[in-house]
Design a protein around this ligand. Structure first.
Ligand code: HEM
Length: 397
């Protein structure tokens, strides 16, 4: 495989906007995908421990179903937020992404079913735990393993995509074409490092959970203090594990002395201190999101350098600016996405903070947002279809 072939594999239509913008959006959206990957795996993992403890421990009896609920919602968010980086990858690194989807085609299909069965079993686990069924633990463990396996597959696609020098060898080992679609070459330490971030994610979540509920009168002071302590312990030990794994990984790929790796190492140490000392846990969580952005940037930094050294430079991708689709994207993102997410988040916040029944129709802010969203959605639908039909008829008539 050489750079000429890679460049030929690019979309002849070019990219609709400057590649650097897609690269930035990739970094941002992958960090958000990762946030919910770590929160779901962390909550699900910890809830499994909770199922053993909840019988004779009051704290775990309360936390376990809440962790289960958090993980369940996070899986749906990680799926939605996974689509965005997938699209951006396909725009600027399409030769890489599609080659891997061919070499590991069967794994790609297996990924879909793993996710489908893993997530369905999560719901089973959720209801079984609610009913107090003894089989819930086993179902939960299977669901956990399937979701982690889905992550392993995503990891395999990611790391294989940045090794174009090995593609021919995987495609035709010893000169014989392998059409099985079963190419599978993980980079164990990288995967372990990434997945280890699930531990601090759930630790910080428990700190937030405790701080959030403090202002309500739903739970006792001692329960909230104990939950925060558990969260702090988990967050600190998780960051220590991630720290060791990151050093091992960066050493393995010969990047330990790289300025970017040093930044991550220092940031991890800072997170260890902050998760122990910081009173305001929302701030620590905000910094954790920044931390994930840095990790996401590091992944892209590695990929960009590898591909650039290979002769494939995304900044040289043929450009064919399409103002119409760009404006539609930005307007949708800001109006529908912005107002929609703010509406749901505001409502969820207020429901959690209220002591008892929350009547959204009596809340001025929530009602205003709900009405605005309806108007925006209706207008969006009209513009979307009118524009679509206009382009369709303009091109075909
Ligand atoms: C439980 C399910 C999932 C888990 C645990 C998971 C986990 C991960 C992990 C750990 C990575 C980083 C791999 C690496 O850099 O070595 C990753 C990358 C990624 N994931 Fe997921 N993921 C899941 C589902 C999804 C879904 C459903 C989508 C899309 C709809 C998705 C889209 C992506 C994308 C686009 C990347 C980056 C690929 C690249 O450009 O290198 N993931 N995922």
């Amino acid at each position: 495989m050489n750079a000429d072939i890679l460049n030929l594999l690019r979309d002849p239509a070019g990219v609709p906007f400057y590649p650097v913008v897609f690269q930035g959006l990739y970094i941002l959206t992958w960090a958000l995908h990762a946030l919910f990957v770590f929160l779901s795996i962390g909550s699900l993992g910890l809830s499994l421990y909770g199922t053993y403890k909840q019988k004779d421990d009051e704290t775990w009896k309360i936390i376990t179903p809440h962790l289960l609920q958090t993980g369940k919602l996070s899986v749906s968010l990680l799926i939605v937020l996974g689509v965005a980086p997938l699209l951006f990858t396909q725009v600027i690194y399409d030769p890489n992404w599609y080659t891997i989807n061919t070499l590991s085609g069967l794994w790609v299909v297996i990924f879909i079913y793993t996710l489908l069965v893993g997530y369905s079993m999560y719901y089973w686990y959720y209801y079984a735990n609610k009913k107090g069924s003894s089989s819930s633990k086993l179902i939960g463990v299977i669901s956990f393993c399937l979701l982690v396996f889905a992550g392993l597959l995503m990891h395999v696609f990611s790391v294989q995509a940045i090794q174009p020098e090995k593609w021919m060898q995987w495609y035709a080992p010893n000169g014989t074409v392998d059409t099985s679609g079963l190419t599978f070459n993980p980079e164990t330490i990288r995967f372990l490092f990434l997945m280890s971030l699930s531990i601090p994610a759930v630790g910080l979540f428990l700190q937030n959970y405790s701080d959030f509920l403090k202002s309500t009168k739903k739970f006792s002071e001692s329960f909230l203090t104990k939950t925060r302590e558990i969260g702090t312990k988990i967050a600190i030990s998780g960051f220590v594990i991630s720290f060791i794994l990151f050093i091992t990984w960066s050493f393995q790929i010969n990047k330990l002395a790289d300025i970017y790796s040093i930044l991550i190492i220092v940031f991890t140490l800072l997170m260890i201190v902050l998760s122990n000392k910081m009173k305001n846990s929302y701030l620590t969580s905000l910094l954790f999101i920044v931390f994930l952005l840095v990790i996401s940037g590091f992944r892209e930094y590695l990929r960009f350098n590898i591909m650039n050294n290979f002769g494939y430079n995304i900044y040289e991708y043929p450009l064919n600016i399409e103002w119409a689709s760009i404006s539609m994207f930005v307007l949708t993102f800001l109006s529908l996405g912005g107002v929609g997410v703010t509406f749901i988040a505001t409502m969820a916040w207020k429901v959690g903070k209220s002591n008892g029944y929350f009547d959204a129709s009596k809340d001025k802010t929530v009602t205003l947002m709900a009405n605005s969203l309806l108007w925006i959605l209706s207008t969006w639908c009209i513009v979307y279809f009118a524009w679509g039909f206009y382009i369709l008829f303009k091109n075909s008539l």
